[in-house]
Design a protein around this ligand. Structure first.
Ligand code: AMP
Length: 409
């Protein structure tokens, strides 16, 4: 990447202020799924083993800009100490005199975790004075929080602009490098699978990748806006009226008269339909249309088979968004079958990238998470990256130093 990375930094004896994404589930004072904490370990271990003085900061949940013990990072400090097998000192706040004292006492290789940065409303509004107080804790800055890279907050963008050296941690670096490969040099056939409810977000992705992919498979609630744009009856299914014209344009581009530029744009061929998202009764609609009084809640068996066939031809796969209202077990089949097909294709040699909490949850439900090439830690951030939007958290990092040119032999 064209930004400074952790391996470019001299860490010994330095105060290393590091933004991580420890936004993990907490129940009864204990950390639940610790994937995000583990994902930051390579960066954390590098700072410790190089003799840096590590000051970690993160957000947790949405505490509305003031302290709320429900969202304290204390359980994370305990959990991290267990993973590192060494003490992790927990600060009572992220700024202020007592925190400054704790920072100044840190020795080489020691770890301090600041309290939730979102206990201050100045975090999300990126107030310069608050950013300066955070930045004063460190001599160098590392951002390893890909999940918040699309947000311009004080702990991501504010501090990066103040400290002279602001570098990507290993996790951020690997996310950026992987997604860049999916945008710039994916091996073909390249199959992109999109689902979920928000059409507008995914239309931006479609616009940015449409000339680079072999097939786009659309499922989930967003598919109904596309079906409507094709003139299909969609009954009471989810519809984004404002996106119908853009959806129509995307399908016109996909249907390019030039055979080499044409791509498969596959919409659901059948559906699971119900009277509401929570209805106990449901049926399979035998074809693309849905009568009024019913809504599409999952892709149907013909669609699953068609998607699976396409997925198994792929050498590169990007997937974001569920194929149905998968929170309801009755409507989770499409999402789980797609997860299994992506895992199978990966086993056959495809490179697969999956982002978005729902898709990742489906991988877990299907028991195939370990079979995926790259599970992104940032749903929103990965989607914006794929849409070609500059992520402020990455943009704020220092530019990479020019490598000295190798003299000609
Ligand atoms: P997104 O954040 O855009 O990826 O949307 C995720 C949400 O889309 C999930 O909560 C799903 O329940 C929802 N969803 C998926 N399929 C449908 C559908 N057919 N109708 C309504 N909502 C859906």
């Amino acid at each position: 990447m064209d930004r400074l990375v952790i391996d470019d930094l001299e860490l010994k004896g330095k105060r290393v202020l590091t933004r991580v994404d420890f936004n993990v589930p907490i129940a009864d004072g204990k950390v639940g799924d610790d994937t995000r904490i583990r994902a930051a370990l390579p960066t954390i271990n590098k700072v410790i083993s190089d003799g840096g003085r590590l000051i970690l900061m993160s957000h947790l949940g949405r505490p509305k800009g003031k302290p709320d013990s429900k969202f304290s990072l204390k359980p994370v400090a305990e959990h991290l100490a267990g993973l590192l097998e060494k003490p992790v000192v927990m600060a009572a706040d992220c700024v202020g005199d007592s925190v400054e004292k704790q920072v100044s006492k840190l020795q080489d290789g020691e770890v301090l975790l600041l309290e939730n940065v979102r206990f201050h409303k100045e975090e999300t509004s990126n107030e310069p004075e608050f950013a300066k107080q955070l930045a004063d804790h460190g001599e160098v800055f590392i951002n390893d929080a890909f999940g918040t890279a699309h947000r311009a907050h004080a702990s991501t963008v504010g501090v990066a602009k103040i400290l002279k050296e602001a570098a990507a941690g290993y996790l951020l670096q690997s996310e950026v490098e992987t997604l860049t490969k999916m945008l710039e040099s994916p091996e073909k056939p390249y199959v992109v699978i999109l689902g979920g409810a928000k059409v507008a977000d995914k239309l931006q992705v479609i616009r940015n990748i449409i000339t680079k992919v072999s097939a786009i498979l659309v499922g989930g609630g967003m598919a109904y806006t596309f079906l409507k744009a094709r003139g299909t009856e969609i009954g009471d299914s989810l519809l984004d009226d404002n996106s119908i014209a853009t959806a129509h344009n995307a399908m016109v581009v996909a249907d390019n008269p030039h055979p080499e530029k044409r791509l498969d744009f596959v919409l659901p061929l059948d559906h699971t339909v119900a009277s509401s998202p929570k209805a106990p009764d449901f049926q399979t609609s035998p074809n693309g249309g849905i009568a009024s009084g019913a809504m599409g809640v999952d892709i149907g068996p013909k669609t699953i088979a068609a998607f699976r066939e396409k997925i198994l031809t792929a050498k590169s796969i990007f997937w974001n968004g569920p194929m149905g209202i998968f929170e309801n077990e009755n409507f989770a089949t499409g999402t789980i079958e797609v997860a299994k097909a992506v895992a199978e294709a990966t086993g056959n040699g495809a490179f697969s990238v999956i982002g978005g909490g729902d898709s990742v949850a489906a991988l877990e439900k299907a028991g195939v998470k370990e079979s995926i090439s790259h599970v992104s830690t940032g749903g929103g951030a990965s989607l914006e990256f794929m849409a070609g939007i500059d992520l402020p958290g990455i943009n704020a990092l220092s530019k990479a130093k020019k490598k000295p040119e190798v003299a000609a032999q």
